[in-house]
Design a protein around this ligand. Structure first.
Ligand code: BG6
Length: 482
């Protein structure tokens, strides 16, 4: 297999917040790798724009350091060539300084993309100035990051702010989960194979589990996270997107609005979640280690660092099949997977004593991307017919060979999609609003009831009640392991 790198057209990419954490950790190292792979054309330019007073050389040095620190292995000669594509403008997002200079740097006749890697409170100011100074036009694209709002009201306000200056077709809302290779594979597996789709409904599927487990705590993001929590930080966006890709109807074609229309229908069909179908947790302090409340410096925090919930989808395909979602920090392993458990065969010709297993299709999103299908076979040896479960195991790294190493990470792919003008892997405004409309009452419910999340041990699988959520239904979670 040969991976094909198709260069994009010439572009000017302006990164507001170009000196910030995201730019240094993800965006610039990602662009460096696209450059090294040959995808960035000679006429590509990246302009950092931020408050700091520095010149282009200072910025190049900052980004050289960032690529060295966060970009993995790199070739110094290639990095030097890459840095020659970088420029910098010191700018005041709320004032007048720097805008004329930025305008003079952005060239005519190339693609224009503006990455808003800044606090959402600055979106309106930047959009307005881009338009006022004639820097952004009708063909320009803007890229915005999560969190896209804190609830439905704030998301609507942000959408309205952006809509005052740009059309929906120009707005690229990033959910980096959609840029992950295996997440896109969910669509390839479902809609590229005949094998699965006929069984992909409540007649054959008993339940679906979506797990996104992390071993890290909240790190240095305590003040953001404590106002957000796992529901807003992970479920409203990343897990919701995974749920949509698993549950949606086949779009007529792989085209941005066809895909996003189908995802939107899933979100709108979600049942409200009953309070006893949600479990919230908070990691406790361990001996010699800090707990969530220490990490966020809020001894009375009621914010969840773990959430598990049972979700229903009220449509013909899924009525009756529960979707179990869970995500949390400081859990026993870093793993993201989706497990589709099929129903029992209707009748065992081998008798109850032979054993009774279910087919489970597991799609592993990270790490060790791949798929396994648990299949029932005969236990080898004499002594009659006894059944055992064995996995048909496919690791994408093995199946794709060395090409798997060249797979761009989520940010690299998404930024290249912006330049190509392909919105398929970006959230549309109505999708984001629908996701908040479903999330808001749930959060309002536990806030009103004054619920305190249950403590769980760091390195565990989450609070005890999360286990009970499944046990009550006669099911159990899959083990959290890499
Ligand atoms: C981010 C969340 O969107 O996703 C973080 O804000 C979380 O809290 C991260 O750690 C997880 O992303 P990944 O790619 O490491 O699974």
């Amino acid at each position: 297999m040969v991976s094909r790198v198709i260069p994009v057209d010439e572009f000017d990419l302006v990164i507001f917040g170009g000196t910030g954490d995201l730019a240094r950790r993800k965006i610039l190292p990602g662009l460096y790798r696209r450059f090294a792979s040959g995808q960035m054309p000679a006429g590509a330019r990246i302009i950092g724009a931020a408050r700091s007073d520095m010149d282009a050389d200072g910025y190049r040095q900052m980004i050289a350091d960032a690529v060295a620190e966060f970009g993995g292995t790199h070739d110094p000669a290639v990095l030097k060539d890459f840095l020659a594509h970088l420029d910098y403008v010191a700018i005041d997002a709320k004032g007048t300084d720097g805008w004329a200079e930025l305008g003079s740097k952005v060239r005519d006749g190339v693609i224009h993309a503006f990455y808003f890697s800044v606090a959402p409170s600055l979106f309106g100011d930047i959009a307005q100035r881009l338009k006022e100074h004639g820097i952004a036009g009708d063909a320009s694209r803007i890229v915005v990051e999560k969190p896209f709002g804190h609830d439905l009201g704030t998301a609507k306000a942000l959408n309205a702010t952006l809509a005052a200056y740009f059309d929906e077709g120009q707005i690229y809302r990033i959910d980096h989960y959609l840029g992950k290779e295996t997440v896109q594979n969910l669509m390839a597996v479902r809609f590229g194979n005949m094998l699965f789709e006929p069984l992909w409904n409540s007649n054959y599927v008993d339940n679906i589990q979506i797990t996104v487990a992390e071993t890290v705590g909240v790190g240095g993001r305590g003040s953001y996270y404590d106002h957000s929590g796992a529901m807003r930080d992970m479920v409203q966006n990343h897990l919701m997107q995974l749920l949509c890709l698993i549950a949606m109807e086949p779009p007529a074609k792989f085209d941005p609005d066809a895909v996003r229309d189908e995802k939107l229908k899933v979100i709108r069909a979600l049942d409200p979640v009953a309070p006893h179908h949600v479990v919230r947790g908070q990691y406790a302090a361990t001996e010699g280690g800090t707990g969530y409340r220490d990490d966020v410096e809020n001894p009375r925090s009621r914010t969840e660092s773990f959430v598990a919930l049972r979700v229903g989808i009220a449509n013909w395909r899924w009525a009756g099949t529960p979707f179990y979602l869970r995500t949390g920090k400081k859990l026993r392993a870093r793993t993201s997977e989706i497990a589709i458990t099929f129903k029992d065969a209707p009748h065992s010709i081998f008798g109850e004593d032979a054993g009774w297993n279910r087919n489970v299709l597991t799609i592993k999103l990270q790490p060790n991307e791949g798929m396994t299908l648990d299949v029932t076979i005969k236990e080898p040896g004499p002594g009659g017919m006894r059944l055992i479960d064995v996995p048909l195991d496919m690791s994408f790294a093995e199946a794709l060979g060395p090409d798997a190493e060249d797979i761009p990470d989520a940010y690299e792919r998404l930024i290249m999609d912006v330049i190509r003008g392909n919105q398929t892997l970006f959230m549309r405004g109505d999708e984001v609003e629908a996701a908040w409309a479903w999330t808001d009452p749930l959060i309002a419910g536990w806030e009103k009831r004054g619920e305190v999340p249950q403590p769980y041990d760091a390195g565990s699988s989450g609070p005890e009640d999360a286990m009970m959520l499944m046990h009550r239904d006669g099911r159990k979670w899959r083990e959290i392991r890499t």
